[in-house]
Ligand binder design. Structure first.
Ligand code: G4P
Length: 525
């Protein structure tokens, strides 16, 4: 591919994640998008997968049991002139570091909110991670076919709870049984509810009203919507693309994913405004790698084992940051300096995994991994070494003591532990003096997955004893005195032998800070 072709290809890419609280409608809207992209022929396919009907590996057993999707997957499809990568982030209550890291690999995020419930806790948590990255966030207020909260309230809540400006792109005309349509401010048209085909769109006149004959003339909700639109045009946040790009303003769309109302307009407008793949900064340097740099580069943001039980394989998910990926190419793994040939790669077309032919910056490829990769690794094809910035480590909030059930299984215990920690499935600590193992995670689910995989992949039953939720704070080894430790602030060390305290709660931390005012504690985040 020559430079011009590469540029054109890269500009077509849109890579994003959908974040939401469970049940807000993420699966339903994803499904509608896949449907528009021609990937699935009817709604229901993804749903079936979610309920476990299409579970393809024993890895999925946990998903089945808990009725949730444990792993973030990738869906790629072509829509209009764009090539889209949707990275799935499970919205269930149990967070895993996987979810967070996935958000490091996208260029934009879609936030789905249930318009009856407003902003819920998991949305808030995921939002914070996205906000830190400074990428654009697009909001879809879902379930308009049901009675929901006042749209003006919903917009105000964005500012109050998330500290982001909301800018309405369209406005509901009624809700629930009274839902008549959407006033599409941006496209200066009206979209009628429950009408198929292009005649559901009606143009607005210069006064911003429907011309005659107007099928919803005289409806109270129409008049009310006109009034509200006037109000937000006058007093609402002004549309500002620069603010949107920086993640300081979110365009807000209303609609109903289930009845496929407003989703197409949302997708079209979103794809228009969402950025093409961004440049990536290098570690400890001012250098940036541009997506249309001819040399290939990318980073591993997730490693997943056992996607296919017949192969017992691991897949390293790589976000391509520059150039073109070609099967069979040689790349250097920066961390080790090792050159490897990438013969085996996979692309993620909805359900099926297909072998990749070519992929460019913005795309995600899955590389079959025999233990070479770690989370955060950079690979590159050129002569000049590339190292992207480290992925953030998320400070664990929950801890478990762990040991092998059977002492004779020490070998497989250590092997499994080492590999799963390397994969980034959990974080590992040791008690400072006894070297007993302690696992740290951001969500309970990570422990369950760890236990399940230790048994299934390494044939080792583990016993875990909860320490509970703790606040992890690192301390300068020079300042450490072991007598500072107690049951309320357990002293442990991380993989680099750096000491840290696990405080029982904020109160215990404050007590410590008061007692030892000269000691500096850091959260590492
Ligand atoms: P999630 O992935 O964010 O967890 O949500 P999901 O799409 O699975 O949707 C959660 C529930 O909300 C589903 O109902 C779904 O049908 C419903 N839903 C999604 N979008 C809309 C919408 O626009 N309007 C209405 N009224 N409902 C919507 P469920 O009863 O849990 O599942 P199902 O039994 O209907 O499949």
């Amino acid at each position: 591919m020559d430079q011009k072709q590469l540029q054109q290809e890269v500009n077509k890419r849109r890579t994003f994640a959908i974040i939401s609280h469970p049940d807000a409608g993420k699966t339903t809207i994803t499904e509608q998008m896949l449907y528009f992209g021609g990937v699935i022929r009817s709604a229901g396919t993804v749903k079936a997968k979610k309920s476990g009907q299409f579970a393809t590996s024993d890895w999925m057993e946990i998903e089945k049991k808990r009725g949730i999707s444990v792993t973030s997957s990738v869906m790629q499809f072509h829509y209009h002139d764009k090539d889209i990568n949707i990275l799935d982030t499970p919205g269930h209550e149990d967070f895993s570091e996987d979810t967070y890291r996935t958000l490091m690999a996208v260029d934009a995020a879609v936030m789905v909110i249930d318009s009856a419930k407003g902003i819920e806790p998991q949305t808030k948590k995921l939002f914070k991670v996205v906000k830190k990255r400074g990428i654009p966030i697009f909001t879809f207020m879902n379930k308009l076919d049901r009675d929901g909260r006042d749209p003006l309230d919903l917009i105000a809540e964005l500012e109050e709870l998330l500290n982001i400006e909301g800018c309405a792109m369209n406005w509901p005309i009624g809700m629930g049984k009274e839902l008549k349509g959407l006033y599409d401010i941006r496209n200066s048209r009206l979209e009628l509810y429950r009408k198929d085909g292009d005649d559901r769109f009606l143009p607005l006149n210069d006064e911003g009203k429907l011309a005659e004959p107007n099928p919803i003339e005289g409806e109270g909700v129409y008049e009310q919507a006109l009034g509200e639109v006037d109000l937000i045009k006058e007093a609402g946040n002004e549309f500002d693309l620069e603010k949107i790009k920086a993640g300081n303003q979110t365009p807000v769309f209303f609609g109903s994913a289930l009845t496929n109302f407003g989703v197409e307009t949302f997708l079209d407008t979103f794809l228009d405004m969402a950025p093409a793949p961004a440049a990536h900064k290098e570690q400890d340097s001012e250098e940036i790698v541009k997506p249309d740099d001819p040399e290939f580069s990318g980073f591993v943001f997730k490693i997943q084992a056992n996607m296919n039980p017949n192969h017992r394989d691991r897949i390293a998910f790589v976000r391509i940051c520059s150039g073109e990926f070609v099967r069979g190419m040689d790349v250097t793994l920066n961390r080790t300096g090792k050159v490897m040939r990438l013969n085996n790669a996979t692309e993620f077309m909805s359900d099926q995994r297909e072998t990749v032919k070519t992929a460019v910056a913005g795309d995600i490829v899955g590389l079959y991994d025999t233990g070479n990769f770690q989370i955060g690794d950079t690979i590159y094809s050129g002569k000049k070494a590339v190292q992207f910035e480290d992925l953030p480590q998320f400070t664990p909030e929950m801890f478990m003591e762990v040991q092998a059930k059977n002492v004779m299984k020490q070998k497989s215990f250590h092997k499994g532990m080492q590999q799963l920690v390397q994969e980034g499935a959990v974080q590992l600590y040791k008690k400072y003096t006894t070297n007993d193992y302690i696992l740290g995670a951001v969500g309970q689910l990570q422990f369950e997955v760890f236990q399940f995989r230790m048994k299934n992949e390494y044939n080792c039953d583990v016993v875990m004893k909860p320490i509970g939720s703790r606040i992890a704070r690192w301390i300068d080894p020079e300042q450490l005195d072991q007598s500072m430790s107690s049951t309320r602030n357990m002293l442990v060390k991380d993989l680099d032998d750096q000491p840290l305290f696990l405080f029982e709660n904020k109160f215990a931390e404050n007590w410590f800070v008061n007692k030892y005012p000269d000691i500096k504690l850091t959260s590492k985040l």
